[in-house]
Ligand binder design. Structure first.
Ligand code: NAP
Length: 308
């Protein structure tokens, strides 16, 4: 298969920490260009302040990886798909569910591959957890996703704006894992969303869910965690307790524990290359739909202002 000429759009934290190393380590891709409005780019790679500038004056590309905040992603994705480019969407795949549906239609129309890249699903413990749970009765699930927003999202104002999701920006990673490892769809029962008085997105949330067989699932999200951070999913079954911790990297089963090397983004790019080769898309909105349902039905309380 020919090497895929890729442009990375949005050269922020996740692009530099994860996307660029994963692309450099995958022979199926070459980093052909970067786009970011206020950025120096990467040495030796053509850089543009906007996607329009890249289209007007840049090198030929086959695909884009959209690593911007979600609020600006739709227009970029639409422009790329309309040119017949393949598109990888960082999570969350859009600011609304309607946007993602429109992108699916655009990808079908242009024959391009569209990939909603839920990176946490590629954490080492996720597929073994899914396989182990498939053969068991699940009694209850508890998700605790508590992190210090000042450590992980310093100065990221977009996260507090409409469409930025607030504490659901990391919380949607937990939802991407549970919607993968649990055998049945989840439905929202109740949500309590804590909005800082000066912000348009929640700083904490408590969710009560059920799967379609009535299995209870509770979720505790908080951006105000200091000290040890928690990214844990605990599943009680008829054969004992499964614990996925460190965001899915560490899996503990009755009598055994495993922690394999982090391959999230390399695995994600391998899958993107396979989708392009096969002429397929991979689109799943289940995690975003649960977040949308929490915003739709959740009770809101005002809490202390948040100052970065
Ligand atoms: P970030 O550090 O704020 O970076 C976002 C970048 O997008 C900025 O560098 C900005 O460019 C660029 N940008 C904004 N508008 C643009 C536009 N119209 N065209 C091109 N580039 C534009 O945010 P981040 O943490 O990398 O997060 C980005 C996305 O990745 C989010 O959806 C987030 O949920 C997801 N994600 C983040 C992490 C993480 O650990 N941070 C992990 C996984 C996924 P300039 O710098 O040039 O202004």
């Amino acid at each position: 298969m020919a090497t895929i000429r890729l442009a990375v759009i949005g050269l922020g934290k996740i692009a530099r920490d994860q996307h660029l190393p994963a692309i450099a380590g995958d022979e199926g891709f070459v980093l052909a260009a970067t786009v970011s409005p206020d950025n120096a780019g990467v040495t030796g790679v053509p850089h543009f302040a906007s996607l329009d500038n890249l289209f007007a004056a840049g090198p030929a590309i086959d695909a884009v990886a959209l690593c911007t905040p979600p609020q600006v992603r739709f227009d970029l994705a639409r422009a790329a798909l309309d040119r017949g480019l393949h598109v990888l969407l960082e999570k969350p795949p859009g600011a609304t569910l309607g946007e993602v549906a429109a992108l699916v239609a655009a990808a079908e129309a242009s024959g391009s591959s569209l990939f909603t890249a839920w990176h946490s699903r590629y954490a080492a413990g996720v597929e073994p957890a899914r396989a182990w749970l498939a053969a068991r009765r699940i009694d209850r699930v508890r998700i605790v996703w508590r992190e210090d927003v000042r450590v992980w999202h310093p100065g990221q104002d977009w996260i507090w704006q409409p469409g930025g999701l607030g504490v659901f920006d990391p919380g949607i990673n937990a939802l991407s894992i549970v919607t993968r490892i649990l055998p049945r769809p989840l439905l929202l029962q109740d949500a309590l969303l804590s909005f800082p008085a000066n912000r348009a997105a929640p700083i904490a949330a408590e969710l009560t869910l059920q799967d379609t067989a009535g299995t209870p699932v509770v979720m505790d999200l908080d951006f105000r965690q200091t000290g040890p951070q928690s990214w844990d999913i605990v599943v009680e079954t008829d054969s004992g307790t499964l614990t996925l911790s460190s965001g899915g990297a560490v899996l503990a089963l009755p009598g055994q524990s495993r922690h394999d090397a982090d391959r999230e983004y390399p695995a994600l790019y391998r899958h993107f290359a396979e989708l392009i080769a096969a002429g397929r898309s991979d689109v799943d909105v289940a995690p975003l739909r649960l977040v949308a349902d929490a915003f739709l039905c959740g009770r809101r309380v005002e809490v202390a202002p948040f100052v970065d």
